[in-house]
Structures are given as C-alpha cells and as structure tokens.
Design a protein around this ligand. Structure first.
Ligand code: ADP
Length: 297
C-alpha cells in the first residue's frame, strides 16, 4: 500500500550535528500518527522538512506518493499545519482572524463557519481572541489549518501547555478529523497525551527513529508477564526456558494452568520458589524504557 507520507534516509545536519538521522517515516492514509520523542529529539526539524520550511541535508520525502522537492507547491496545497504557537490578531474576533487567512488562501466564505463548527468555536466566533484560553487559541490555529480542506494535517505538539480539558478537546477533535478521512501527524513528548487516539506510533530519540509500529503492537508489549524469584535462577532458567533480568526470572507462561505446570516442574527439581508475581507494564513505562535505552547508546 502506498503511504501518505514516506521518508527515506531523511537526514538534517546543523553544522556537524545531525538533528535528524536516517529517518524512514511511513504514514498510512487515515492514520493518526503519534510522533513521539523527548525535547530536542528532532520532531520539529522533521516536521519542518515535511512542510518544506527547511531542506533535508540528504534523503527523500514523498507525500501523497509524490516527491516533495519536485512537487512542493502542489503537495503543500493539500497539507494543513499547526507549528509553533499560532499567530493571530488578539483584537480581532475568531471569525475575523479566519477571514484574514481565508482571503490569502482564497477559499469560499462558508469554510469559516464550517471549520469553526469542527473545532467547536462557533459559539465564540464573534468574541475577541485576546480573551481566549490557550486551548481555544490552539483550536483556532487548527481551524485555520483546516480552511483549505487538507488531506494531511500536521500538528507539532498541539497539546503542549494545555490543561487536561484542553488536551481532551484536541484529542476529540483529532478523532473527528480522522473519521472524516484526514490523515494526521501529531507530535508530542508524552505518550499519555496521544496514546488514546494514535493508530501508529513513531519514537524518535537523538535524531533516530527507534520504533515505528501500529498501536496494537505497542499495546502487546504492555501485556502482563509472570516473573519468579527462585533459589537457583540458573538451573530454573534452563528448565523453563525463561529469561533472567534484574534478578527476576521471566516466564513465557500466561495461563493459570501453564504457571501451575511450571511451578510443579521447578519443585520436582528441588528448586525453592520465593516469589511469583504478575508484572504489569504501562505504555508510558515502555516508552520511557525505549527513550532511556536509546539515550544510553
Ligand atoms: P524536538 O522538536 O524533538 O524538540 P528539534 O527538532 O527542535 O527537537 O531539535 C533537534 C535538535 O536540533 C536539537 O538538538 C536542536 O538544538 C537542534 N536544532 C534545531 N534547529 C536548529 C537550528 N536552526 N540550528 C541549529 N540547531 C538546531
């Protein structure tokens, strides 16, 4: 299947420092692609390259199946974005702010009320933006990005600095937009902010994409595991073909029956069992482990 966004060997160096290195992004149609990584990981630089705001040092970018270098104007005509804090005129109303953008984009007037409806700001259309909360301003920025009915929407940390309510608003909005067939790339440094909406996750650390898979695969990693502490870890490991990590013996067994059989086997071989635990890993801890692992390298 063709990708909406596909990068190959994408690299950006500032002097000698590689802010983005050899990144292969694969974003499918209809995806809400959660682009995760700690501050300074290279998310914004990648996004700026996708938007043609800065040029790659090397590598290729294809959007809608076309090379960005050769079809920049045509491609960007179908891309909406919110990067950095949206700029607006505080003394103008929400409607008037969108009217300014609408004139530049030359789209029909009806689009203004359509996008205000989408981002749920219609009731404050005639209120001055200076009184808006940060969340409302972000949504106004997204409304502006949607005026020309893009097929791809790129949001760089849209939930940064928002309160929980604001985060939920943006989340709901992304879901609605995805339901309408818009593909979304959204960056964040917190998995918890996007795990409920993302269909695919890409993790970037120190410029390198260290993980890219769909959400269901990531969730599988978060499945609980049974772990043991026994008198003879070495022999027990051989007997049950487990894995020893941090002084725990991890088993592959999942069902009660499998665990019972495994314990019986250990007892038969005179191994004392001190502890049997179910270890649950949260998605956030898996993400942090990935980031910490990559940071150590
Ligand atoms: P993120 O968006 O994940 O926080 P960035 O893409 O902003 O990360 O930054 C990645 C790295 O590139 C950082 O080390 C940052 O200091 C560096 N960087 C970003 N833009 C520039 C620039 N214009 N000049 C020099 N270094 C830059």
């Amino acid at each position: 299947m063709g990708y909406i966004v596909e990068t190959k060997h994408l690299t950006k160096a500032f002097n000698k420092h590689k802010a983005v290195e050899n990144v292969h992004l694969n974003i499918q149609k209809g995806d809400i692609y959660g682009f995760l990584g700690p501050n300074g990981a290279g998310k914004s630089t990648t996004i700026r390259m996708l938007l043609g705001l800065t040029y790659p040092t090397s590598g290729d970018i294809r959007i809608f199946g076309q090379d960005l270098k050769q079809n920049r104007i045509k491609i960007l005509h179908h891309v909406g974005s919110l990067v950095e804090n949206p700029s607006y005129y505080p003394h103008l109303t929400a409607y008037e702010n969108l009217e300014v953008v609408r004139k530049v984009l030359q789209v029909p007037k009806e689009r203004i009320s359509a996008v205000l409806q989408l981002v749920r700001l219609k009731h404050v259309a005639d209120k001055k933006v200076k009184g808006f909360s940060l969340g409302m301003k972000q949504r106004l920025g997204i409304a502006a990005a949607l005026l020309h009915q893009p097929k791809l929407l790129i949001l760089d940390e849209p939930t940064n600095g928002l309160d929980p309510e604001g985060i939920i608003e943006i989340r709901t909005l992304m879901k609605n937009l995805a339901n309408q067939g818009i593909t979304i790339l959204v960056s964040s440094h917190m998995l918890s902010e996007i795990e409920q909406v993302a269909t695919t996750i890409g993790v970037i650390v120190k410029g390198k994409l260290i993980y890219q898979n769909n959400m269901s695969e990531l969730r599988k990693l978060a499945k609980s595991r049974i772990r043991l502490r026994v008198s003879d870890m070495f022999q027990a490991q051989k007997l049950i073909r487990g894995m020893v990590k941090d002084e725990w013996l991890y088993t592959k067994s999942q069902t009660d029956q499998e665990v019972a059989q495994l314990i019986a086997k250990l007892v038969q071989h005179d191994i004392s069992i001190y502890r049997v635990e179910e270890e649950k890993r949260s998605l956030e801890s898996i993400y942090l482990q990935m980031v910490n692992g990559a940071n150590k390298q």
